[in-house]
Design a protein around this ligand. Structure first.
Ligand SMILES: [Zn+2]
Length: 347
């Protein structure tokens, strides 16, 4: 089969031919229809989420959508033919965390799809059956690539921050792959939403297509939230993750506000003044991916039309290396999608 193969963390993957995967015990093989790519994929390539050379070579890509074509020992054969996506994390499925919808916190976790085992930027991928999430009928496979991360992650953020009707939610990095869906998930919860970005075309998209208050953050220190909000927010979701973005966020939270952080850049730390947290009774919340149940909720949001997939570029496996490079330069609106099996062929 054809697959994108990474041979050095910090390098770029190349299209190669490799042996088809087989389903081991508890596993399935998925014929990939499409796989989303975003900045998390780039973090994986860079080695930020695991850089042991023993993991190489590896096929990147975790936002896969496809059809189950084979099952291994111990797996229900009825899965064959089902259209599925996959939970990003490798989890045990039996511990207290896994049984209470906190799979990303599983202490027995074995890593991530696309880092610690081969991912979906390939024609086929073998995965643990417990990772599968069935997709509702009527969802286009390319559109569905936003479900397992770009929409599921915001669904979890909304739960972490308790986003509810009337909240003022500011999203820093709103034109990116997760940000463009975060603004929609917040709106679906009844919030008023502002999106900050530095790219004029992304700001225009946020305002014209998604109907959120677009805030030019080219000079972050001067970025102002809507006057109707009193310039303050109840929730700030920070996808940029620098000391200055965290500082801006804390300075723009109204009393009782919540800052949600999601970035995992090694060595980055922001200073927090305890008195600021106390006087404003502010909360700083880490949000780590999503549960399997939240992937199902994300699929419902997309298939019902409440969240519109924002896929700025799509290409075939041949074009995937170039798309990944453009993502690294923040040149892609929303998510990218690699279409592996065009509709009507193969699976
Ligand atoms: Zn577990």
């Amino acid at each position: 089969m054809r697959a994108l193969v990474l041979r050095r963390f910090g390098g770029e993957p190349d299209l190669e031919t490799m042996a088809d995967p087989e389903a081991g015990p508890g596993e399935v093989v998925v014929d990939v229809a499409a796989c989303g790519v975003g900045l998390t994929t780039r973090n994986c390539l860079r080695g930020d989420l695991g850089d042991d050379p023993g993991l190489l070579p590896v096929v990147p890509g975790h936002e896969l959508v496809g059809v189950v074509s084979a099952v291994g020992p111990g797996v229900d054969g009825d899965l064959v033919g089902q259209t599925v996506t996959a939970h990003f994390y490798l989890f045990c499925g039996r511990c207290r965390r896994c049984l209470t919808a906190q799979e990303p916190l599983c202490p027995h976790g074995l890593g991530l799809i696309g880092v610690q085992r081969d991912g979906g930027l390939a024609e086929r991928v073998a995965l643990p059956a417990r990772n599968l999430v069935r997709l509702p009928a009527g969802l286009d496979p390319v559109d569905a690539t936003v479900v397992p991360d770009a929409v599921a992650t915001p669904v979890h953020v909304a739960a972490r921050a308790g986003i509810t009707t009337g909240d003022r939610v500011a999203v820093v990095g709103a034109g990116g792959g997760v940000g463009a869906h975060m603004v929609q998930v917040a709106a679906a919860h009844g919030a008023a939403v502002a999106g900050l970005d530095v790219d004029p075309s992304k700001l225009a998209f946020l305002a014209d297509e998604l109907g959120v208050a677009a805030v030019d953050a080219a000079r972050l220190e001067g970025a102002a939230l809507p006057a109707a909000w009193g310039g303050m927010a109840d929730v700030v979701v920070d996808f940029v993750g620098t000391p200055s973005s965290a500082g801006w966020a804390l300075d723009h939270l109204d009393a009782g506000g919540r800052l949600v952080v999601l970035t995992t850049f090694p060595g980055v730390a922001a200073a927090v003044a305890q008195r600021q947290l106390v006087f404003g009774q502010l909360s700083v919340l880490g949000s780590r991916y999503a549960s399997r149940a939240e992937l199902e909720a994300a699929a419902d949001l997309v298939v019902s039309g409440r969240v519109r997939p924002v896929i700025g570029e799509r290409t075939g496996l041949d074009g995937a290396p170039r798309l990944l490079e453009r993502l690294g330069r923040n040149e892609v609106l929303g998510r990218g999608a690699v279409v592996v099996a065009p509709a009507g062929t193969g699976a």
